[in-house]
Ligand binder design. Sequence first.
Ligand code: ZN
Length: 91
Amino acid sequence: MKTNELSGSYYMYGNKGSVWANNAHIAKSGDGTHRTLCGIPMLASNWARIEELKEVNCPLCNEKYNEQKTKDEKQTRYNRFFRIPKLDYRN
Ligand SMILES: [Zn+2]
């Protein structure tokens, strides 16, 4: 997928090897794993960002990203549906 189509807290990650292979990965900021979606540890500088790769090519990252996005969207719909106004019993 295109790098600029990543949504929200997702971003592209790739070390030098990934950049040479044109195989950038996807990571989610704030998930605390310090790994890409496919499980690669993010130890080095983000060369994919430095080199401004336009595509995220890792097939596993793409697959997981789509899975998680679908799940996130379902959760959002669920939250919206069940958002009940707080009752105030003091009256
Ligand atoms: Zn990957």
